[in-house]
Design a binder for this molecule. Sequence first.
Ligand code: KG4
Ligand code: ZN
Length: 361
Amino acid sequence: MVAAPAVSLEKPLILGIETSCDDTACAVLDGAGRVLASVVSSQVEPHRPFGGVVPEIASREHLRNWPAVSAETLTAAGIELGEVDAVAATRGPGLVGSLLVGLSLGKAIAYALEVPFHAIHHMEAHLFSPFLRGQGLVADPVAEDFVGLVVSGGHSLLLRVEGGGDRIDTLAQTRDDAMGEVFDKIGKRIGLAFPGGARVDELAELGEAKAHPMPIAKCGDSLDFSFSGLKSRALRDLDRLQEEGVRARLQEPSEPPSGPLADLLAGFRAAAVDQLLDRVARLHKASPFAVLAVSGGAAANRLLRRSLESWAAEEAVELRLVDMQFCGDNAAMIAHTALLRQRRGLSDDPRSAEAAGRLPI
Ligand code: KG4
Ligand code: ZN
């Protein structure tokens, strides 16, 4: 949770709501883009026995969590609900039942308070999140033109943004699995609870990628991503390790991995990260860009962050890596995107905004 800073706040105060998947999140931002409070209640526990997110459980948990999450957010921001000047909620993409909970709450609050409402695209919010700064600091202005790399549990996207968001073009997306999804599948196979992506990254730190190299997926001349071949390769190699009598499954998450398992995970991670770097580098070569903004849950990946930092330094590209606290799903990014829209004079009708499970950016 981020607590309110002792500074004079700017109008409008924006309440953000995010319930697109399994996190119930609420945040308050001021008109300068300061995050006054950001609370994320994770639903990991109720889904754990099922090894993935169960949509019906997720919607029910959002309803159950909302009163405490919103109360905690307003208290941390030091404001009453009646002081809110605008409301924003995620409209998609995501699980429709989950989206409906947050969107309906947002619409009702905006309608009751008679303040502007914003129905926000989840991926657009990730895309702009690298311009948010933590701990009550004023957000940086969004770069006029930049390339966005958004890597999460459901998406892997390369986007070109012009005019500070006037125009957003999708340059590449995954042809099969998303980056985070593949990390989670490998995590599940080695005995980690869902979502195991972050722990797989941690375990990979202990291995040597060169000792277990895996190929980088190519998609011809296209900049598209593909992670399912790498996933199959890693799963096959894990089976082989086990056949050779090497422990390829952890009894508990904190158990140290065997050397060959750590090497395999390091090789897997390096091939996933190198694929992202390959696309970014090829795009830059074909059509140079000055700013790269990287976001989404998988943007927490340690190797990805290090590799991009060295690549950007070499190419003199300004790198904006999303702050670690805003990598995963959160409502600060939803309120932030609403602020950007409101500054452009945009808003939505709270009586007609609809949730959409699939929604092109
Ligand atoms: O953005 P996010 O919170 O939710 C979606 O919109 O999907 O992303 C969550 C995803 C999960 O798949 C999680 O395992 C992955 O991000 N993730 C990571 C790391 N930390 C979280 N993947 C790779 N390396 C990490 N360090
Ligand atoms: Zn997300």
